[in-house]
Structure formats: C-alpha cells, structure tokens
Write a protein that binds this ligand. Structure first.
Ligand code: GLU
Length: 419
C-alpha cells in the first residue's frame, strides 16, 4: 500500500518497472529505489481580497537523500495532487543523476487554479507555502525552483519569506530567482535553450537542413517559448504553437518574439490573431521536423504516437509520453528520433545547479559561461544516452532512465540502508 495514486504516479511506477527489469534489479531492492523518502502535506490559509479565509492544499515530495539535497520545481495548478507530485519528484531523481548533479529529486505544488486568484492573493499563497515548508527545506536539505504556474517572482517571494525567518538573506534556498535577487543569468532561458540545442544536434545528425526545417510547439510557457525562440534563431520556421487557450498556425512561420511579447502582456496566446487560429487537437500530429511537447504530462498516448509526423520528438515537458505510447515509438524509432524528457528538459535543473553554486560561493558567472557549461553537460549526457541505447539495443528513454537509476542505485549500495 502507498499514499500515492493516480495516472501520473502509475506511469512513473510503470516506467521504473521497465528499467528495473532491464537492469535485473532484485525485487526486494525496487521499493527502496522507487518510493519517496518523505512526503509533506500542508494546508495554506490566506486572506482573500474580500476578507474571507481560503485554505489551499500544498505538497512537497523528497524522493531520495542519497546524493545530496533534493531539488525540483514547485507547481501551482489545479491538477496538483500527491501522486502527481511524487511522480515528478521521482523523474527529477533520474534526471539529476543522468546529468550528474549532486541531488536527489523533489517536487512540490499547490492545488490552485491561478485564474481565480489575484496577484496579492498569489503573493500571500506563495509566502504561506514557503512558511509552512521552512521546517523541511534548506540550502543543503531541499532546494525549490519554478515549474508550471510559478515564476521568478514566486521564487523571490519564497526566498524572501525564508530569509526573513532566518534573519539574513539566504539566496541559495531556491533557484530560478530574478537576477536582481541572486538569480543567475541564463536560468530563465535554460530549459528551452537546452531543448533547442539538443534538437539541433539531432537534426544535424539526421542531415536535416535547418533552414528548410519546421517546428511545432505545444505549450507556450517558459519552456515552449524559449525553445521556439532558439529554434527560430537556428533557421527553423515555427509553424504552430498552442497553449491552454488555443493554437496558432502559419506555414510561413510565426513571429516568436511577437508572441512572447503578447503572452508577457496578456498571460496567454488568446487574442493574438483570429486569422491564424487553428484546432489545438491537430498540433501534436502536424507534419514537421521537430515537435516539442512543452505543456502537460501524458499528452501523447498510443494512438497519437502512431500518428506523429515529426522527425524529432523533443520532450520539453515532464512525462508527456505514456508507457503505451513508448511501445509504439520503440517500433517507430527509425522514423521518430526521441529525445526523452529527463535529458531534453534537463537544462533547467542544470542551470539551477549553477545558480545554487554561484549563490553558495557569492561568485557570479557571465551568461556565456553559463551557456557553455550547460551545453557541455547536455552534450555529454546525450552522448552517454546514445551510446547506451546502441550498445544495449534499447530505446532512448530506457537508456536515459537506466543511467539515472543505476547511478542512484550505486550510491545507495555503497552507502548502506540509511539514505
Ligand atoms: N521544474 C523544472 C524541472 O522539472 C526545474 C527544476 C529545477 O530547476 O530545480 O526540471
């Protein structure tokens, strides 16, 4: 029995089962690797603008403590529950291990529909969340970051709340902060940049001419928008983008800086253009060279996987592809090159790590240095993943996850039963 349930948690369990079988991990060792070490549930009361009190439920799951502090984002969304947060924490563990960061995985969140609260209420909720988490986090215990529904401002409120409690400024308590408050250059762009960098690498490998290539992006938040921007800079036409309000299509290529300006001002793609509007249901199966799912988990099921018409599937979101879809994609490996989520979107946590290191040392780097080191880590992880997939005759996802799981397992084995 476990407190974790739901389709996203089941997916993380299912994926781990595939890896554990591949690595022939003994049955009695599996729960130890998979089940989160700690899960914290809190209630966050705030005063609404009308003077009434509302209570929101929040979570934080710290998956394992074997390699150092835990690390991962904080999600403010209606879908947030303990099962989803646990799955995302587990994926963070494999991701951090794959790219060689000294962290276990974590994730947290609040079940809230942001369209129903004001900016003042968001600040109160963010501060209250951190306040309730103070006994369980710390720069060497658990370091939060942004995820869906949170941003630099929310991280600044987290950092400020923690710092006021400590009586001094503790920038290293969270990452993804504004540069003006101890953030690093290049963190805002890091995830999307990494996605575009790896997609470009694969296109070069497949001899796809970037100047004739097209991209489709699902999700136009921090990850999708910066991935689109860089892909456009590399010469691709971004022919379609979507978010929760709708989708836009232009076969001549959309104006990505213009769209980013619009979403910064209005909060979504809605209202940008009626002429370019298209059916969001068609986004994932549009013919294109690069498809970037950068929204929710579980958007590519077996049927969609069968109908994908991209050459490269660059997973910007966490868990966008179901295990059933993975089976289809394994058969279509020669048609669709998969860059699995824990590699493809790892630029975010890699640069979060750089931010943490800089805050601890109070020594800040130029943006070029941040980018150079980010790409170096991503390229090395990509090479290791590709070599492993080839050597063992396994899918890219199985290879990436196997490397992550193996590293955590090795540390647990050498340390003993405690961590
Ligand atoms: N939320 C992001 C992720 O899922 C970033 C986590 C971090 O920077 O710690 O990878």
């Amino acid at each position: 029995m476990t407190v974790y349930s739901g389709p996203v948690f089941d997916m993380a369990v299912n994926q781990f089962g595939v890896i554990a079988n591949h690595l022939a991990i003994p049955m009695d060792e599996r729960d130890r690797l998979l089940l989160p070490k700690r899960a914290i549930t809190i209630s966050c009361p705030i005063h609404r603008d009308d003077g009434s009190i509302a209570v929101y439920e929040g979570y934080r799951v710290q998956h394992h403590l074997t390699l150092g502090p835990t690390k991962g984002g904080t999600r403010f969304a209606p879908s947030v529950d303990i099962g989803e947060v646990a799955a995302l924490a587990i994926w963070m563990s494999w991701k951090c291990a794959l790219v060689g960061l000294p962290y276990g995985g974590a994730k947290g969140g609040i079940t809230v529909d942001l369209s129903t609260i004001s900016k003042r209420e968001l600040e109160a909720l963010s501060r209250r969340y951190m306040q309730e988490m103070i006994p369980f986090v710390g720069p060497h215990i658990d370091v939060m970051a942004p995820d869906m529904g949170t941003n630099e401002q929310v991280m600044a409120w987290f950092m400020d709340t923690y710092s006021m409690y400590q009586g001094r400024t503790v920038t290293e308590i969270v990452t993804g902060k504004p540069v003006s408050s101890g953030g690093t250059l290049g963190r805002r762009e890091a995830t999307g940049r990494g996605v575009a960098h790896l997609a470009k690498r694969v296109m070069n490998q497949l001899s796809i001419n970037l100047n004739n290539a097209t991209a489709v992006i699902q999700g136009f938040g921090n990850v999708g928008s910066y991935a689109a921007l860089d892909l456009q800079r590399f010469g691709l036409k971004v022919i379609a983008v979507s978010d929760h309000t709708g989708a836009l299509y232009d076969k001549a290529g959309l104006d990505i800086p213009g769209l980013m300006q619009h979403t910064a001002q209005h909060g979504s793609l809605a209202g940008y253009s009626n002429q370019l509007a298209c059916d969001p249901a068609t986004i994932l199966t549009m013919p294109c060279d690069v498809l970037v799912p950068a929204a929710m988990e579980r958007v590519i099921d077996a049927e969609t996987a069968q109908n994908l018409k991209c050459r490269v599937l660059a997973e910007g979101a966490n868990g966008p592809t179901t295990p059933e879809a993975d089976l289809v994609l394994e058969k279509r490996q020669d048609e669709v090159f998969l860059i699995p989520d824990i590699l493809c979107n790892s630029g975010g946590v890699v640069v979060s790590y750089f931010e943490w290191v800089q805050d601890l040392q109070q020594l800040f780097w130029e943006e070029e240095e941040v980018m150079r080191r980010e790409y170096q880590i991503l390229d090395r992880a990509f090479d290791t993943m590709a070599a492993r997939a080839k050597a063992d005759g396994i899918s890219h996802r199985t290879a990436a996850m196997a490397i992550g799981v193996e590293k955590v397992r090795a540390a647990k084995t050498t340390r003993g039963l405690f961590p």
